[in-house]
Design a protein around this ligand. Structure first.
Ligand code: A3P
Length: 321
């Protein structure tokens, strides 16, 4: 069979039946009740939209451009994943003291079935930069009254291609179909955090809020400095042009692809991906890679799916290049 999402399958929940990994199921109330604080910055995204990139940017900007710490300590530790146990998933390359503290509390923790992930966010020292793929409707209703949120959106064709690589190379998903199979699932909104349009719609509706910054992956690619300046103003980090230039260099695709602290260790990939030397978590980092994957038939199919989001898409200025 072809696996999609987590090996255990997908689970639907919430107002627009968001498909979550099963391990999130018992925790939806806890997510909503989580106590964010004023100094938190949450990076909220639909998967494969530039989360890791934005996390690294925001963490670096808020931590005095500590490039040394950023190279030494895994991003999963510096910027915890709200609803996932990334410490267990990647613990081999992260700070021993943190791992020891965590494992002493959860000797039998399991990244897929444990419910211990919220604690990673709780344990992180302020100022916390927290990653989530949860849509707004599954986060605390007053989150924007409490802290700042950076939402990053990316055009769905590139997201789909990127997600295919992600799902077929990671051991937690092990999707074994080809791209056309993946598009088939996609067009039926069967992927983690589906529906794509619903996820975006919820964030877009809040874009005028002073505590929400709505960014596009394509804008960040097109003019990194301009978007860094927007982030600087939003976060109140007061960095100089030269400092922002250093952040841009530190977070370029080439630097991020080769820095182990922002990449998962080889063990998270399937055996096959490891053999093939695929490191698809941070992959190509390009706009428009989809042209290399969509055949005319797949394009026709995708067009029909795009129509399901027409109402939202016409409001959101995506750049399909
Ligand atoms: P591709 O698979 O198209 O290359 P996320 O972090 O939300 O999972 O998003 C992953 C996507 O962001 C991947 O897209 C990845 O390569 C891209 N990405 C990661 N770091 C990047 C960077 N510094 N610049 C541009 N794109 C980056």
């Amino acid at each position: 069979s072809k696996f999609l999402g987590f090996r255990q399958g997908l689970v639907g929940v919430g107002p627009s039946r968001h498909l979550l990994p099963p391990h999130c199921m018992g925790f939806t109330k806890k997510y909503k009740d989580f106590k964010f604080c004023e100094s938190d910055v949450v990076i909220a995204t639909f998967p494969r939209s530039g989360t890791t990139w934005t996390q690294e940017i925001v963490w670096t900007m808020r931590n005095g451009l500590d490039f040394n710490e950023a190279s030494k300590v895994s991003l999963n530790v510096r910027s915890p994943f709200f609803e996932f146990d990334s410490i267990h998933a990647v613990h081999k390359d992260i700070r021993a003291d943190l791992v020891a503290k965590f494992l002493s509390r959860h000797p039998n923790g399991d990244p897929r079935t444990g419910g211990i992930f919220l604690e990673q966010a709780e344990m992180a020292p302020a100022p916390r930069t927290i990653k989530t793929h949860l849509p707004f409707s599954l986060l605390p209703p007053d989150i924007l009254e409490t802290c700042k949120v950076v939402y990053v959106a990316r055009n769905p064709r590139d997201v789909c291609v990127s997600y295919y690589h992600h799902q077929s190379s990671l051991g937690s998903a092990e999707f074994i179909g080809d791209f056309s199979d993946f598009v088939d699932f996609w067009c039926r909104d069967l992927y983690l955090q589906a529906p794509f349009w619903g996820h975006l719609k919820e964030a877009w509706a809040k874009r005028q809020h002073r505590n929400l910054l709505f960014l596009f992956y394509e804008d960040m690619k097109e003019n990194h400095m301009r978007e860094l300046k927007r982030l600087d103003a939003f976060l109140g980090t007061g960095l100089s042009e030269e400092q922002l230039r250093q952040v841009a260099e530190h977070t370029s695709i080439s630097q991020m692809k080769s820095r182990s602290s922002v990449n998962p260790p080889p063990s998270v990939y399937t055996e096959r991906a490891q053999k093939e030397g695929r490191k698809d978590f941070i992959r190509k980092g390009a706009i428009g890679d989809w042209v290399n994957y969509f055949t005319p038939e797949l394009e026709t199919k995708f067009q029909a799916w795009l129509k399901t989001g027409e109402e939202i898409a016409k409001e959101i200025p995506f750049k399909y290049k």
